[in-house]
Design a binder for this molecule. Structure first.
Ligand code: UD1
Ligand code: CA
Length: 475
């Protein structure tokens, strides 16, 4: 049976106290809503429809972005959910039943409908698949869980073990309030049945809302069995209502990712001090010290060591490279690549387009942007290499920079192989330093230099003998 997913995301999220709609707050670097849409995609859903309401235009724009990005990512592009992503507006918001009613026009009759909430990000795909299986194509299946403190949730009322109804907190009597089994907000139900029941909803209840949960009593009244799929992992049904809950779920999510990596053999100094906001691929014997943040797409080759407090995004780090503490690698769109056995940092900054060869050394307070450094090149202290092509074994001295920007345009600097640039030099681009050449410390180089030459461009040293410093004049 084809699967169509309905994602409720019209609520305001008042307790976030934020201008950003709740479902767009980020967990693990991506919007809550995207986690839910990704789950729909992994379930191989035929379509996904998001119910928007509060700030619907902002949410709509985010949905479009999520779809476009997914369709540009080869492994995500295969899923129909992204291709057939819809959104419908719910205005005003009269309850969860009213929310799902808005989706009726876009829901085909022959499908299984899975109802999810945009603010419940960590439900596992296998849990949802189990729920769909329990529905069996002809039953209403509810995802439930026992809570010691069920306050605020809809209670699952049973008789002889059979589910009879869901009663909302505000409508519950004392006996019902004592029930620990609660409805998670997630259900699977055949579209045909759902549509029939939605048409019968009313709002005669304590909150004056159209409750989606009322369809349970309709199902029972129609003589159908309602199945409850009870799980015990609270994080999978936990919603985000406040910054505190968002942070709690973030830690749950990060710990999950950390465990997955450790099971693959990655050695994390402390899984509680590890953050991955994207995807991380690791070879064998990778070691990551505390408080590192990885985002975008990062790949670490075998034997790579990442020191404490590094921030790394969109980078490919080859086998055996060592990233010393406090290094910032920001690949963004162009990416950063670090060659085999390279030594980076501490306190290094690699910006978009930095492409470093084997055994390259980048030391403290060195910034590299849109520059290629061939095998064995070194810039060990306090330097800037921007828009440059640097040859093999070049040694770029402390305090030296490429002046790549003339105030209007950027120009390239070429430093051919085996060049030695002394300390505190300025290479004013466009300029080429010929192979094997040497640039004397303190030089400002504005013209290209021949191969093998020593080039010096600075004021000549003058020493005046017996120089008397001025003396203080007595008043
Ligand atoms: C709902 C369930 C309750 C369950 C709980 C689990 C109902 C009537 N109750 O209660 O049984 O235990 O979830 O968390 O369904 N939304 C809309 N439009 C609306 C109202 C809500 O899109 O008009 C969205 C919200 O943005 C949210 C979701 O639906 O994503 C749930 O709404 P919420 O108001 O939080 O429902 P609860 O009262 O918590
Ligand atoms: Ca809620």
């Amino acid at each position: 049976m084809p699967l169509d997913v309905v994602i409720m995301a019209a609520g305001k999220g008042t307790r976030m106290k934020s201008r950003l709609p709740k479902v767009l707050h980020r967990l693990g670097g991506k919007p809550l809503l995207e986690h839910v849409i990704d789950a729909a995609a992994q379930l191989n859903a035929r379509s996904a429809v998001v119910i928007t309401g509060h700030e619907s235009q902002v949410v709509q724009n985010a949905i479009n972005l999520i779809a476009i990005e997914a369709l540009n990512t080869p492994d995500k592009a295969i899923f129909n959910a992204y291709k057939s992503m819809n959104s419908v507006m719910q205005e005003p918001q009269l309850g969860t039943g009213h929310a799902v009613q808005q989706a009726i026009p876009v829901l085909p009759d022959d499908g299984m409908v899975l109802v999810l909430s945009g603010d419940v990000p960590l439900t596992q795909v296998d849990t949802l698949q189990d729920l769909i299986n329990r529905s069996g194509g002809d039953k209403l299946a509810l995802l439930t869980i026992d809570f010691d403190n069920p306050a605020g949730y809809g209670r699952v009322v049973r008789s002889n073990h059979f589910v009879q109804a869901i009663v909302e907190q505000k409508d519950a009597n004392d006996a019902q309030k004592a029930i620990k089994e609660v409805y998670s907000g997630i259900m699977a139900v055949p579209a045909k049945l759902l549509k029939g029941w939605l048409a019968r909803l009313d709002n005669k209840n304590a909150q004056g809302e159209y409750y989606l949960t009322d369809i349970v009593k309709f199902a029972v009244g129609d003589g159908l069995t309602v199945v409850a799929h009870k799980i015990d992992d609270a994080a999978q049904v936990a919603g985000v209502n406040s910054p505190v809950q968002l942070a709690e779920l973030e830690r749950v999510y990060q710990l999950r990712q950390a465990k997955t990596l450790m099971e693959q053999g990655v050695r994390l100094a402390d899984p509680a001090r590890f953050d991955l906001r994207g995807e991380l691929m690791c070879g064998q014997d990778v070691e990551i010290d505390i408080n590192c943040i990885f985002s975008g797409q990062v790949s670490l080759g075998s034997g790579v060591k990442v020191g404490a407090h590094c921030v790394i995004s969109n980078a490919v780090i080859a086998d055996g490279a060592v990233i010393h503490p406090f290094t910032h690698i920001e690949g963004e769109k162009l990416g950063v690549s670090v060659g085999t056995g390279a030594l980076i940092g501490p306190f290094a900054r690699l910006r978009p387009g930095a492409a470093l060869g084997k055994e390259v050394h980048i030391g403290n307070f060195v910034e590299v942007k849109n520059a290629t450094l061939a095998d064995g090149a070194k810039a060990n202290h306090l330097a800037y290499l921007g828009d440059s092509t640097v040859g093999e074994r070049v040694n770029f001295g402390a305090g030296s920079i490429t002046a790549n920007y003339d105030g209007a345009n950027k120009h390239r600097t070429v430093i051919e192989s085996d060049v030695h640039v002394g300390s505190n030099c300025v290479l004013v681009a466009p300029v080429t330093i010929g192979a094997g050449g040497t640039v004397g410390g303190g030089s400002t180089i504005t013209k290209s230099t021949p191969a093998g030459a020593l080039s010096v461009a600075r004021g000549k040293q003058v020493s005046i003998a017996n120089w008397q410093r001025p003396k203080k004049i007595a008043k």
